[in-house]
Design a protein around this ligand. Sequence first.
Ligand code: BGC
Length: 243
Amino acid sequence: MAGVNLGIDFGGSSIKAGLVDVERGRLGETISVPTPVPSTPHAVVEVIRGIDARLPGAAAVGFGFPSVVKQGKACTAANIDAAWIGADVGALLTEALGRRATFLNDADAAGLAEMRFGAGRDVPGTVLVLTFGTGIGSAPFIDGKLLPNTEFGHLEMRGGSAELWASARVRTELSLDWPAWGARVSEYLAHMERLFWPDLMILCGGISEHFADFAPFLKARAPIRPAALGAAAGIIGAALAAA
Ligand code: BGC
């Protein structure tokens, strides 16, 4: 199918995928499979092989991956099995699926989709896309151009990684209500604003679909928008990266 790629978003709790019309940014049927435990390369590639068989017809495959990606290799593994470090993920998937596969950082993928088709479309200046899930991912854009592989979820806050203070996982694990979690996110956003002075911040991840519940408790200088593509931003961005 011309212009249709398979986008895959590898998260700490689930692997989500769908066929994406990359010219229009439209996503068809999606599949979500729990992330295997442990999330070793072998186990995850098997899940992706299964997904690929259930969603046939893509020209290429894009894989949003929760790690720094340099020279075609995964470099970190904050929330996934350490066996991924050093892996040539693109080659691994290309071989397993018999089709060209591209991989990139998951937050970078969500950012690309939001800047092209979502809340950041045509927005100039400094736009900071942040994903809140198992960890916190970041993708800063300057006049629409991405600075890839930033890891702003690992800025130090309260003596540890910021993502251990304000991710969506922390909200669930500590049963924080919206005001309490909103206060933590605001503290994190204030930290980001002191350093980057963004013109706009876009909040992504499944939690963005609950934006109305926590938005009243967010404080920031810059405007804040939820992902217009919702939880699908990561899938759509991965498919775009493969185009
Ligand atoms: C990882 C990032 C990733 C983010 C969101 C962090 O723990 O280090 O690479 O983008 O989680 O999944």
